[in-house]
Design a protein around this ligand. Sequence first.
Ligand code: GTP
Ligand code: MG
Length: 357
Amino acid sequence: MEKFGFVGLPNAGKSSLYNALTGASALAAPYAFATTDPNVGVAKVPDHRLNQLASMSESKSVVPASVQFTDIGGLVEGASKGEGLGNQFLGNIREVDAIVYVLRAFEDEDVPGISDPLEQLRVLEIELTLADLESVEKHATKKIKAAKLDKSLVDEVSALEEALETLGEGIPLYRGNLSQEKIDLLHPYFLLTTKPVMAIVNVGEDNITNQDPVKKVKTELGENSDVIGVCIQLEAETSQLPQDERAEILDALGLGEGALPRFIQRAYHILGLRTFLTTGEKESRAWTFRKGSTAPEAAGRIHTDFQKGFIRAETIQWDRLLDAGGWAQAKEDGNIRVEGKDYIVQDGDVMEFRFNV
Ligand SMILES: Nc1nc2c(ncn2[C@@H]2O[C@H](COP(=O)(O)OP(=O)(O)OP(=O)(O)O)[C@@H](O)[C@H]2O)c(=O)[nH]1
Ligand SMILES: [Mg+2]
C-alpha cells in the first residue's frame, strides 16, 4: 500500500493529526520529540461515487480504497547534521512515497515552538535539501569518473549534475526545473525532495476561518501546490465521537464534514493514485491503481490470476452507469465498452474483467 509521511517541527500537531485520522490515541504532548518511533495507520479514502454505485446495486458490503500514513517524529534545525532525531528521522522519511508538511499556525502559550508556518517550512525545506545535497555529492564524483569509461551513464550523470546545482542553491528538487525523466534517473539515490509534497496548515481553534496562513504557504509552494487548512485539535477531539455527532459539531462550526476527507483525497491524488470501481449485489468496491496503468495491470490489483489470464475488460464511466440504472441496462443500450490489454484505465471507470486461468 502507498504511504505518506507527516513531516514537521516538534509540537506542530502531527500526532494529533494522526489521532484525528485514525481515532487512535498516540501520544500527543506539549513537549518536543513526544514521538520517537513512527506511528503507522490506515485511512479510508472517501468516495461519493462508490456510495452511489453501492446504493444502485444494493450491495451488501462497501469497501473503500485506503492509504497508509506515518506520523514521524519532529524535525529540528540541524537534523541533516544529526541534531534531534537526525538520521533516524531522515530514514523514516526515505520510506514514504509522499511528504505531508504539517505546519503550525495555532498560538498556545502552553505549547512551545514557533507559530509562523512560513518559518517552519523554511527550516524543513533546508534540512531535507541539505540531506539530499550530501547524498548527491557523495555519488556524483564517482559517477562522473565512471561515465568517462561507460557512456551509458551520461544521462544519469547529467541528472546528478543538475540536481547538484539545484540543491546547491538551497532549492528542494520538487521546486526545481528537473524533468520527470531526470527525476526518474535519480531514483537509485533515495532522495527526499524528489517525492511529491503537500502541506497542512494547523490553524488554531480560535481562528478556524482565517485563510491567511493557508494562502501564504500556497503562494510560497506555488499556485499548483496542495495546501489545506485544518484545525487539527478540533478534528482530533471530535474523532472520538460517533460519526453523526461529529458531523453535527463540525457543521455547526461552519466546517462542513471537516477537512480530513478532502485532505485524504488530495493526498491520494498527489501520490499518483487513481480509482476504478467494481459493483454488484455482493459488494461495491474502490480499487487503487497507479495513473497510466493498463487494463491487465489494474486487473492485477484484484488478483494476479486476473492479470495473467487477462482476456478483455468491459467498462463504463461511473456516472453513465448510474444514468443507466444498472449494468444490464447499460449493456442493452450499447454503452458498455469492450477494451483490450492496451487500454489505459481511467479514474472512475467501472470494470468487469474476463480472464482465463
Ligand atoms: N491549542 C492547540 N493545540 C494544539 C493544536 N494541535 C495540536 N495541539 C497541541 O500541541 C501539542 C503537540 O501536539 P502533537 O500532536 O504531539 O505534536 P507533534 O507534531 O506530534 O510533536 P512531536 O511528536 O514532538 O514532533 C499537544 O499538546 C496538542 O494537544 C491546535 O490546533 N490548537
Ligand atoms: Mg508527535
